[in-house]
Design a protein around this ligand. Sequence first.
Ligand SMILES: *[C@@H]1O[C@H](CO)[C@@H](O)[C@H](O)[C@H]1NC(C)=O
Length: 141
Amino acid sequence: MRPRTWLLLAAQLAALHGNSVLQQTPAYTMVQTDQMVMLSCQAISSLTTRIYWLRQCKAPSSDSHHEFLVFWDSSKGTIHSEGVEQEKIAVFRDGSRFFLNLTRVKPEDSGIYFCMVIGSPSLTFGTGTQLSVGKKQAQCY
Ligand SMILES: *[C@@H]1O[C@H](CO)[C@@H](O)[C@H](O)[C@H]1NC(C)=O
């Protein structure tokens, strides 16, 4: 199986188990189109060397899925998924806290963002941040 396919499958399984020890903040945020947003994921220890970020586009249901966006690795740096604009997403860390910056957000960026670490034997999922991107208000003259 291709790594990407494997990752999506693994994410689905972990989501079902729902064990979250990665605290994500905020739990919910709403921003306007073209603004920037910073999401945070608190790991238990600063020993975490790789963190994945995924997005669930629809409400949890049988046909919802997690889309892999990017991972950050202490030796490789930031690796974006194919099809994700590099300038759009920045990932960085501060001790045991990890951040995802999204720039110039669009309504289609709305969804639930998860951080995830792959441990052995299991995966750990973040608590999630629900992002809603509002459309710009029409100008009234
Ligand atoms: C991430 O976003 C925060 C808040 O807007 C900003 O202060 C910071 O410089 C950004 N960092 C990167 C690497 O984009």
